[in-house]
Design a protein around this ligand. Structure first.
Ligand code: NAD
Length: 307
């Protein structure tokens, strides 16, 4: 069996177009949504993410400002910035790029964000609303995966979904969203015994462990739908050849750029077993950013548009 590719990039494009249309409607009334992103320190991956978020905002007609603070920023200084953004009526969304440098207390920072502007959905009030099945802001990655499953016509109700990973950002909210849609949900983590035996029971398998090619063909039931959240950069030619044997296009990309991205799933081998699978890149990543835009516009509609 060769799996159908679930084209996250295409679905993300559609969502971004829908967002742009909502932005135009607000513009007619003189309203412009605004997202403020806070980046502390100089983590290279975070810099890339923040830049692509700002660019996506710009393309969608959303105003955005990035606040870059040095790694030595104190807790008090960071919280003072959050307080200022909370109080600024122009700001619809506040996103603090994680991880924060060591020494800063992430929970205290996230707790300080006005829950009405918490477009990442990490504030405890928004987590609580999600748990109760009356979400305000849903974390962007799992929200994007639900959009992908729905728009690709993947049935959820009554099916067994297995989520590998229990982070606050991906695994836990993913499990809740699937549960609310009447899947039977199992959550696996680093101490799960015999992971493959559990994941092989999945009709829908979401891999969000942050472990390169953790999910192989032995982890997947024939015909399952596999969603790969992981992001890993391959910088060794032998790894590219091992994971993508005979993939000339990927090999060429590696030769050109010196690296290629892949995920938590051994894509080539799992695609032989699954019925549908997300690629990396071009799967979950673009959906995450699209949902950030959607959450920001929803916030502006609620806060400024009387919606
Ligand atoms: P995390 O490190 O916070 O959590 C990883 C989880 O996986 C933990 O709950 C851990 O128990 C579990 N885990 C680790 N090793 C395991 C193993 N061998 N077997 C089973 N479970 C295991 O990571 P996260 O923030 O949830 O991110 C997970 C991955 O997704 C990372 O690769 C990250 O880069 C990627 N990510 C991608 C996007 C996107 O937009 N595509 C967004 C967020 C995160």
């Amino acid at each position: 069996m060769t799996a159908r590719i679930l084209d996250g990039a295409a679905v993300a494009r559609t969502i971004r177009e829908e967002v742009a249309a909502r932005v135009s409607e607000l513009a007619v009334r003189g309203i412009r949504p605004r997202l403020d992103v806070v980046l502390v320190g100089d983590d290279p991956a975070s810099q890339v993410y923040v830049r692509s978020k700002a660019r996506a905002c710009e393309r969608a007609g959303i105003a955005s400002e990035t606040h870059r603070l040095p790694a030595e920023t104190s807790q008090a200084e960071l919280e003072a910035l959050i307080d200022r953004l909370d109080a600024d009526p122009e700001v619809d969304g506040i996103l603090v790029q994680l991880p924060l440098p060591p020494g800063l207390d992430t929970h205290r920072v996230l707790d300080r964000i006005d829950p009405e502007k918490d477009v990442d959905g990490f504030h405890p009030e928004n987590v609580g609303l999600l748990v109760q099945g009356r979400p305000r802001f849903v974390p962007c990655t799992p929200a994007g995966i639900m959009e992908l499953l729905d728009r690709e016509g993947i049935a959820i109700e009554g099916r067994h979904a297995v989520v590998v990973g229990r982070s606050d950002i991906v695994g836990k909210p993913m499990a809740l969203l699937l549960l609310h849609r009447h899947a039977t949900v199992t959550v696996c983590h680093s101490r799960t015994a015999d992971l493959a035996a559990v994941t092989r029971r999945a009709d829908i398998l979401v891999a969000a462990a942050g472990r390169l090619a953790l999910v192989g063909p032995d982890h997947v039931k024939p015909g399952a739908v596999v969603v790969d959240v992981g992001i890993h950069r391959l910088t060794e030619r032998q790894d590219v050849e091992r994971l993508f044997p005979g993939d000339a296009a990927r090999r060429a990309r590696f030769e050109e750029k010196g690296s290629v991205l892949t995920g938590d799933v051994d894509f080539v081998r799992v695609a032989e077993v699954a019925s549908a699978i997300t690629p990396v890149p071009g799967g979950v990543g673009p959906l995450t950013i699209a949902m950030l835009l959607a959450n920001t516009v929803a916030s502006a509609e609620r806060r400024k548009g009387g919606a």
